[in-house]
Design a protein around this ligand. Sequence first.
Ligand code: PMP
Ligand code: GLU
Length: 396
Amino acid sequence: MLANRVRSIKPSPTLAIDAKAKELKSSGVDIVNFGIGEPDFDTPENIKEAAIKAIRDGFTKYTPASGIVELKDAIIEKLKNDNGLDYTRDEIVVSCGAKHSLYNIAQAILSPGDEVLIPSPYWVSYPDQVILNDAVPVIVDTEEKDNFKLNPESLERHITDRTKALILNSPSNPTGFAYARETLERVAEIAIEKGIFIISDEIYEKIIYDGFRHISIASLGDDVKAITITVNGLSKSHCMTGWRIGYAAGPRDIIKAMTNIQSQSTSNPNSIAQKAAVEALKGNQDSIKRMVSEFKDRRDFIVAELNKIRGLSCPMPQGAFYVFPRVDGLYGKGFNGWSITSSSELSLYLLEEAEVAVVPGAAFGKDAYIRLSYATSIGQIKKGVERLKKACEQLS
Ligand code: PMP
Ligand code: GLU
């Protein structure tokens, strides 16, 4: 008999769709995969070399559970230079990816019955991580007309005496929208006044367009810094999804608790990947510029093309590598035995009829939308949108 807590969680839908797309591809189906959110670029050479050197030098043993000092110092420097944040080593913990950092934060601060506010659309793992820690996800809906930004009044209305934390994600997965200073200031004020933690997932901070400036909410003042745990990692910025390095910076007692959890569960993140992460943070950063410039061209192309499809409307995102078109204009239509009434049915239809993998908006709490990741070549994007157009326009 399994534990109660696992009965109410599901596998990560994004990972599940990617697995299905890869399975179809390996069985010879020519799938265009807009499903997974991971940069299609290779990890930069200097980072790989640092890992090879670490292996050659025999840096292949346990490290301190919370990460090596050299990496913590590189993170401290990064947070200071990029985000205007001052932290000391005992306020940093390195984990096996940002997903692991987020999970350990939940482990460290949540007690049974605590509520965690999650603006919708949300990244798929937030609610399930809360549930895995016997706490309650409270979804705060946001609207496309507000660029999917949290409305401060709505935030206030959802706060109860059980509310423990708010999860913010800017730039956002799945919408690509990002918060400007004004809203962050208002959110910070509310969190301070109500005494709730802010978990700020900033993993897409480097992937921003059109001169947008990313702001870390913790940098808005000492009182907000005292209640914020900032999460980041190298998966997206340095194309290191498989290396599994993420980190959290925040109040000493929370970081200490996360370190203890880690020392009793995973032990240290991979020693070789930690050395590679030092190079990623301290070495040449030009690869990020090149990647973002390529993503911007793809974003402009895919948004323009999707908006030409009858029944779809696609807002222009400010960051990340996702588009989140509204598709409920297609609901109620059908083709060849298909009857489309939800984002899940539409996604299945697109997979089977058009051989295009997308993620249903329902996985992010918004059934009127689907998510496409444009972290794939422009050739694949062209092929994919042509197929999408045909499949959507044959629905009647
Ligand atoms: N947060 C968000 C919003 C993400 O999209 C991802 C990507 N999987 C993560 C956290 C976790 O990234 P990782 O564990 O690879 O660092
Ligand atoms: N963040 C990526 C996505 O949303 C990776 C998948 C996952 O970690 O669930 O597609």
